[in-house]
Design a protein around this ligand. Structure first.
Ligand code: NAD
Ligand code: TYD
Length: 364
């Protein structure tokens, strides 16, 4: 039986991971530590049994230290972060504080508990990171591998790169048993509706514009969140200490391709389910019109990376990872989840987020 501390477990990927782990490892202890920022929602953990949720900050060393000791934690899975590139451009400080200082505090506390105080048990610090640390690719460049040089371009990516280096250093210098995974863009249930896919689904349902940055030809490698969770599980169970693993979805798509799929899927769903026209009367699809009329090209994001792509040969060959389904199928599943879970997203889109959007996006 393992005793896990999951940081950021009330966020998008963290909550999916907690759900996934609870179903597959019923005997394990699961402690979630989450500061409940705008992106953290206890409702994302509704229905998950046998977990403890502590509201607190990874930068609070006393809290982290006492949780490690009191719960005798042997595994940390570290998701907690500020995660949105646009926010990092408008206000980088929180990214430095949480992603760099916060990760360092966790590492210090893990070292103190597992190494200095010599609890004597096997331990693991798994760090969840991003492919954005590698920077951007041209159309013909080979995909990012674990040996690609770091070249982060946004404050978000730079803060994650710094945290990756700290994790590496704590292994090499102190012998902390770490692993790191760098994954591509995730999508799926419980994603905060500021990221492309949930934002555009909800905008489409309300008949609001779909703001496409620049020419919309930026490429991302889309990873279904449950595949990501399986990748992390494989690294925890069979990954080599001190190693990094890239996890991708094998679905390299230009943003406009994702958005066109989204528009077509919403149109088809409204055609199949006439009751949706009553629930979402402002959607073009409610009037039999094309959702694509909402597409609006807006000013590009500063420093916008052109292409991300993951070379996942290492995790495939060493750990047997394979993405489980095609993008279109998981996308359809995701879109239906948002349509069916309006209660979840209308609760998370609270006043503070609306005000933030109004203040920061008024000019777009
Ligand atoms: P998210 O923004 O949805 O969730 C982050 C969670 O961390 C929230 O619950 C928030 O309350 C919590 N948190 C923030 N600051 C904290 C602090 N100081 N102390 C404790 N908790 C804090 O993010 P996500 O999309 O679930 O991403 C999870 C991890 O995966 C992040 O480390 C991110 O960098 C990485 N990642 C995400 C993606 C993606 O596509 N979403 C892709 C690659 C890597
Ligand atoms: P996002 O979901 O913010 O993830 P990331 O920046 O980490 O890749 O954005 C995915 C892509 O979609 C990215 O190229 C930016 C683009 N995008 C838009 O065109 N419009 C939007 O409103 C948003 C949020 C993103």
């Amino acid at each position: 039986m393992a005793r896990l501390l999951v940081t950021g477990g009330a966020g998008f990927i963290g909550s999916n991971f907690v759900r996934f782990w609870r179903e597959r490892h019923r005997a394990d202890e699961l402690l979630v530590l989450d500061a409940m920022t705008y992106a953290g929602n206890a409702a994302s953990l509704d229905g998950v049994e046998g977990i403890n949720l502590v509201e607190g900050d990874i930068r609070d060393g006393n809290l982290v230290g006492s949780l490690l000791r009191e719960r005798n934690i042997d595994t940390i899975v570290h998701f907690a972060a500020e995660s949105h590139v646009d926010r990092s451009i408008l206000g980088p400080d929180a990214f430095i504080d949480t992603n760099i200082v916060g990760t360092h505090e966790l590492l210090k506390q893990a070292k103190a508990f597992w190494l200095d105080q010599g609890s004597g048990r096997d331990h693991r610090f798994h760090h969840v990171s991003t492919d954005e640390v590698y920077g951007t690719l041209g159309g013909e460049d080979p995909a990012f591998s674990e040996t690609t040089a770091y070249a982060p371009n946004s404050p978000y990516a730079a803060s994650k790169a710094a945290s990756d280096h700290l994790v590496r250093a704590y292994h090499h210098t102190y012998g902390l048993a770490v692993t790191t995974s760098n994954c591509s863009n995730n999508y799926g249930p419980y994603q905060f509706p500021e990221k492309l896919i949930p934002l555009f689904i909800i905008n489409a349902l309300h008949g609001r514009s779909l703001p496409i940055y620049g020419d919309g030809m930026q490429i991302r490698d889309w990873l279904y969140v449950e595949d990501h969770c399986r990748g992390i599980e494989l690294v925890l169970e069979r990954g080599k200490i001190g190693e990094c693993y890239n996890i991708g979805g094998g679905a390299e798509l230009a943003n406009v391709e994702v958005i066109d799929t989204l528009c077509r899927s919403i149109d088809a769903l409204f055609a199949d389910v006439p009751a949706l026209a009553e629930r979402f009367p402002d959607a073009p699809a409610a009037r039999g019109q094309d959702t694509s009329q909402l597409k609006t090209y807006v000013t590009d994001r500063p420093g916008h990376d052109r292409r991300y792509a993951i070379d996942e040969r290492k995790i495939r060959s060493e750990l047997g990872y394979v993405p489980s389904r095609e993008f279109e199928s998981w996308f359809d599943h995701t879109m239906r989840w948002y349509v069916e879970n309006e209660t979840w997203w209308s609760a998370v889109l609270d006043g503070s987020y609306r005000n933030w959007v109004a203040a920061n996006y008024a000019s777009r």
